[in-house]
Design a protein around this ligand. Structure first.
Ligand code: KE4
Length: 429
């Protein structure tokens, strides 16, 4: 496969951009090889700088659930840009999308738009701390909530379970207020709550984890967190930046019938434009400036062009709930094909799938948390990733990421993906 143009662009990019990329995972560091520079995309396909065609199974890390260049979204943006790009003043579009979000996610009574998932999660924990007047938060090992200091925390050692920074630049002062527990482990959470009486402001989690690969909550886990938060006055924050509007119109909350106190959103909400949001119970959201004391602001928050794209995306999903059955059915077909291939090849790797999220783990363990996810052979995954790329299938460049299937993946593309999976698994073993 000719990738000379990507190689040339990558060496030039590294002169002006750290690592040649504007987000680390794009650099292909954990899978080896140089990143491809993408020139365009349409429907299920992306095209790189050398005009190679790929079936896109990452879809910009989630936003492109309807595939690329969806006419409703492109039309809405084309219309919006005729009225200038930004005013820095309130617009009717912001009301319309806020109303629709509150309709789609019943636990969200009020919502504030921001510009990324990171901004949403940073704001949500500040709000939870301001609302409860408590300092600590609990997050889960392997869950990612963006690059806010409070989240770049590794599991503390032993009983302390106090967080330690896992990036230079994050201070001990910040890390001490982030407690960590294994995902899917309610007992560990109970222990943290007992060890920090009346001082835990929030529990934040991906209700279905995507940042360790796809990991679903075990039976009763979300409900258990809900009741612990009710008992102890803790704000339950569902980080639905990935799962929101992807697993159902109301996200994981609708699927598992568990309501969060605050929900953070991103990705799909912007239809491909930079949009994040946090929202939830009216009494909590009324603590947000200017109506309340918790400060949060943003020059381009609620940007009219981004709102137009996001509203077109959300209204399509709201009016076509059948897409979720379609996405689940397509992803289940892919899963069935992968399982078939593993059986034929005598391999016993683990596959986790829920809705349009799916991961193949190069491990024979049940993958239920970060510890089990870390048993994967990441080197072998790298070979798999590169092999699939050569077969024209663009996967997430990390074992610890989930794939996002779009509505543009048709039957014949399912077959192409499954055939490529068989060939590459055979080649690398
Ligand atoms: P952004 O700041 O990247 O918009 O959102 C941060 C974020 C928050 N919460 C969850 C559950 C997320 O998955 C993310 C971002 N996801 C990553 C994928 N692992 C985005 C890809 C990237 O970092 O380039």
């Amino acid at each position: 496969m000719k990738i000379d143009n990507s190689k040339e662009l990558f060496s030039k990019a590294q002169k002006f951009i750290p690592g040649g990329v504007n987000s680390p995972v794009r650099a292909f560091k954990s899978v080896g090889g140089d990143p491809l520079f993408i020139k365009s995309a349409k429907g299920a396909f992306m095209y790189d700088a050398d005009d190679n065609e790929y079936v896109d199974l990452i879809n910009s890390w989630g936003p492109m659930i309807l595939g690329h260049s969806h006419p409703d979204i492109e039309g809405a943006v084309a219309e919006a840009i005729k009225s200038s790009l930004s005013f820095g003043a309130p617009t009717e579009k912001e009301i319309i999308i806020a109303e629709l979000i509150c309709k789609m996610v019943p636990s969200v009574e009020k919502v504030r738009m921001v510009n990324s998932g990171t901004e949403a999660t940073m704001s949500a924990i500040r709000l939870a701390r301001g609302y409860t007047n408590r300092e600590k938060i609990i997050k889960f090992e392997g869950c990612y909530h963006g690059h806010g200091d409070s989240f770049l925390i590794a599991a503390g050692s032993g009983a302390a379970t106090m967080g330690v920074p896992n990036s230079p630049g994050v201070t001990e002062g910040v890390a001490k207020d982030t407690l960590t527990a294994p995902f899917n482990d309610l007992v560990a959470v109970k222990h943290l709550i007992e060890s920090n009486p009346d001082n835990i402001a929030a529990i934040i989690l991906e209700p279905v984890a995507g940042n360790m690969g796809c990991i679903t909550p075990v039976e009763g886990y979300l409900q258990g967190l809900r009741s612990l938060c009710d008992q102890h006055g803790i704000v339950l924050i569902f980080d639905e930046v990935m799962t929101g509007f992807r697993l159902a119109r109301g996200g994981a909350q609708e699927l598992f019938n568990v309501s969060a106190d605050l929900t953070t959103m991103g990705k799909i909400i912007g239809g491909g434009m930079p949009v994040g949001a946090y929202g939830g119970k009216r009494e909590i959201m009324e603590f947000v400036s200017p109506v309340g004391p918790v400060y949060q602001a943003g020059t381009l928050s609620g940007n009219p062009v981004a709102m137009a794209a996001g509203y077109a995306m959300l209204s399509y999903l709201y009016s076509n709930p059948a897409v979720y059955e379609q996405l689940d059915a397509t992803t289940k077909q892919i899963e069935a094909g992968f399982r078939d291939n593993l059986t034929k090849l005598g391999l016993d790797y683990t596959i986790n799938q829920l809705g349009s999220m799916i991961s193949i783990f190069f491990s024979n363990q049940k993958i239920t948390d970060f510890e089990s996810a870390k048993t994967c052979d990441t080197e072998l995954f790298g070979k798999y990733f590169r092999g699939m790329l050569n077969e024209g299938i663009y996967l997430a460049p990390s074992q610890f990421e989930t794939l996002f299937i779009s509505t543009e993946i048709t039957e014949n593309l399912v077959q192409k993906i499954v055939d490529a999976n068989y060939k590459v698994l055979q080649d690398i073993h």
